[in-house]
Write a protein that binds this ligand. Structure first.
Ligand code: SF4
Length: 438
């Protein structure tokens, strides 16, 4: 790399959606001849992609900006916290530019202004699948931005706006490029995956001489033909999700649904303005498991929401056990600036929230341990994520990267990340498995 190659550093905070934004920004910059620096010292300018979801995430973002200013001095801020420009500028008057989420062009423009691109006809070509920050064998596939729901604890629609779906042919073309580049697992993400295409009235698009509707089922079916693992995140239990379950039973799409239920009590769900009803949801999950017995469900829940009574919380505990929720993420309720839930009566004292959090985690751990015990003795597919001198670590079809459990295969140090191997489960703990190659 010549010494005068303009170089950017990036600090990417927040959710997988923000990570995809960072990848798009880097892809564009690489195509203009910028190099990417892994540290502050080597960068001419540093981009901080922030998260503004919870107050704690905002604090973390502000700290990251402060560190980048101290370490490098030339900082461009973007992402969800970017909508609070004055807050950022009050604290860090030296930042070069502040933009909100998915304003790729503006970020690239700010970088161009801070460090002009070098004109070089021999700059490296950007790989056609773009640049990714995830390991080569899996990739996030973002199918839409924004959200039409108005959950009272959430400010994402205020930050990211209403649902904007990417037409089906574009998503499929991107997925195909990723697969050609060696990706073995596609993680479908959005704010509300099951609402995909509503804004486009399920528009029909041409893809490979076929007509494909911009619709959750149609997209799932097409992705299922690519011959790689396809994992669905942020799905709501709407009736039409039923159609996708047979694709899971047929092995086209992974038998895994990430459904952020957030609660189970009708009172709390109503106060949260969630698009779901626990009774019907339980029935629906049972039907899904009749069709696809291997289905794993991951969910997140909030405890200590304003107005949550002991009874409400008990019904949440029952739901997690009755619905056999395989993987649970639990959050303590936190008021978020600008959220409607801040005005709700019945604040739950911190110590009660804490007790409920511990009780839910314990109940969830019991369910997870019992579910994993049933896998012992079974032969399963494992995708390898990492290998070291002790052996290989991977995941099952029931585990998403970063958030779920893993499978350890001892002594197998000649496997390669991205390999998909058959293994027999020999041991299960609360969250993880141990297996031997079959
Ligand atoms: S579904 Fe609710 S929690 Fe999720 S992004 Fe939309 S408004 Fe926020």
């Amino acid at each position: 790399m010549p010494n005068d190659t303009p170089t950017v550093g990036i600090v990417s905070l927040g959710c997988p959606k923000a990570l995809v934004d960072s990848e798009r920004i880097l892809t564009k910059l690489r195509s203009q001849g910028y190099a990417v620096s892994p540290d502050y010292d080597g960068a001419d300018v540093v981009i901080v992609n922030t998260c503004g979801f919870l107050d704690s995430a905002k604090e973390e973002s502000l700290e990251a900006i402060g560190e980048a200013i101290a370490e490098n001095g030339r900082v461009i801020v973007t992402g969800c916290l970017g909508v609070e420009e004055s807050r950022i500028r009050d604290q860090f008057p030296d930042v070069l530019s502040v933009t909100g989420p998915h304003q790729y062009e503006a970020v690239v423009g700010a970088v161009n202004e801070a460090v002009p691109p070098r004109h070089d006809p021999f700059v490296d070509l950007v790989p056609p699948e773009g640049l990714r920050l995830t390991p080569r064998h899996y990739a996030y596939l973002k199918i839409s931005e924004g959200c039409n729901n108005r959950c009272t604890f959430c400010i994402i629609p205020q930050i990211r706006g209403d649902l904007v779906s990417r037409p089906a042919d574009r998503v499929l073309m991107e997925a195909e490029k990723l697969v050609k580049a060696g990706v073995k697992e596609l993680l479908v993400i959005s704010q509300d995956t099951s609402a995909y295409g509503v804004d486009l009235k399920y528009e029909e698009r041409k893809y490979k001489e076929r007509t494909v509707k911009t619709r959750f089922f149609d997209l799932s079916k097409e992705l299922g033909e690519l011959g790689v693992w396809v994992r669905m995140h942020y799905v709501y239990p709407y009736p039409h999700v039923d159609e996708v379950i047979p694709l899971m039973a047929d092995g086209k799409v992974l038998p895994y649904l990430d459904i952020p239920f957030q609660h189970a009590s009708p009172n709390v769900l109503k106060a949260m303005r969630r698009p779901a009803h626990a009774e019907k949801t339980l029935e629906r999950i049972r039907r899904w498991r009749d069709i696809c017995p291997d289905l794993a469900i991951r969910s997140t829940f909030i405890v200590g929401f304003p107005g949550e009574t002991d009874e409400d919380f008990e019904s949440l505990l029952d739901f997690v056990a009755d619905a056999d929720i395989d993987r649970v993420g639990c959050f303590r309720y936190e008021p978020v600036e600008g959220a409607k839930s801040n005005e709700l009566p019945g604040a739950v004292p911190d110590d009660v929230t804490e007790e409920r959090w511990a009780a839910l985690m314990e109940a969830a751990q019991e369910v997870s341990a019992a579910r994993l015990q049933t896998k012992v003795g079974r032969e399963i597919d494992v995708i390898i994520d990492s290998v070291d001198g002790d052996g290989a670590t991977g995941r099952t079809v029931w585990d998403a990267p970063e958030i779920d459990g893993s499978v350890f295969i001892p002594h197998e140090d000649d496997l390669t990340p991205g390999d998909i191997v058959r293994a027999r489960v020999v041991k299960a703990s609360e969250y993880d498995l141990e297996a031997d190659l079959a």
